[in-house]
Ligand binder design. Sequence first.
Ligand code: SF4
Length: 429
Amino acid sequence: MKKYFLETYGCQMNKAESDSLELILKRRGWESVSSDIQADLIIINTCSVRQTAEDRIWGRIGYFKKLKESHSFKLVIIGCMAQRVKEELYTTCKGTVDLVLGTLEKNNILEYLEGLPEEESSTYTFQEYHSDGKSFKTFVPIMHGCNNFCSYCIVPYVRGREVSRSAEEILHEIEFLEQHNVKEITLLGQNVNSYRGTYQGREISFHELLDLICGRISSIGWVRFLSSHPKDFSSALIDTIAANPQVCRHIHLPVQHGSNRILSLMNRRYTKEHYLDIVAEIKEKIPGVSLTTDILIGFPGETEEDLDATLDLMQKVRFIDAYTYYYNPREGTKACTMADSLPLETKLKRLEKVIALQHRISAEEKENKVGHVQHVLVESVSKKDKTEMLGRTEGDEMVVFPEKCDTIGKFLDVKLLSCNGNTYKGERV
Ligand code: SF4
């Protein structure tokens, strides 16, 4: 049997696409190996969201160049970086990289290796399945690409225009996952809220799809979705989440910044006030909801007043958690043409303030949950203590508690006893 080794970098969409690529390879008789030196084929599924992500791949290619001195294998680079710097990869990695496939061609990897002349595809093909149903939780891509062109983001240039998968295809995959006793699904897209797929010949939006899915599932207990964009987060969606208990009470709603001037420069197309209105409606209609977000600090031209506007927004929303990072120019984006005016030191200082505030808010919000009983999906044995299990709450928070490992993949009720950093200690009730 031919052997392959697959490395995946970047977002959940890349992970889901690697999973479906593995299904293709296995269907064609390939075997997955856990070590690169055993492989006949090495595939790197790349990310391009930040320069550091690409630098890491150049490093890996250097390592495989060395490995090729003693081992014979094909090296294939796929994904967002492959889409962005295809020619550069071919010219600078001659003799090391055998094939470079962008975001739309990656599933034809075997055909190209077998000699099919390379050609750029213009359409994205969704796979029938994105997992073999063996895991109790899995991703279900519902759309691909992005039309938003946030000025700092490379995604629309490497993943192309939004394409929504038909609801029939999605429901077909979910039926398969139901038959395989999957417990949690995450609906995936760069901007799931702008889903516009077809169902029985008519166009439906994301909240209608969510309603359809919730009406069809029974063994699947939890439905999550990622990522959202505030400009498309409608009252109809909030009402649909409120009406369907299977939809997890956790919403990741990237705000990026709290200053209207910076939000406009980022081309986010909402204001701080609009964002706060959405949050108020979510909290009113979905009590106990956990909100998380992304915050990007240090954008060109950002002032101390702009930073204060962001800190003010964070205090008003009180996110349970936030992914925070500082701006780095991304070649090929609109923001990259703007003067990157802030010294790194200033960016880091401002980021520190944001992180410190978020840490304080997270600790207070998590402490408020201590003493409450939470529904938990058991995921694995705790790394720290083998007599304990690690699970996740509906709010996507981690909790460890004494339990047996035959509960993996099961829902249990757990009382939260204390919180240490990001992880609760609990006991089964
Ligand atoms: S919504 Fe904006 S940040 Fe998100 S993928 Fe699209 S362009 Fe990038």
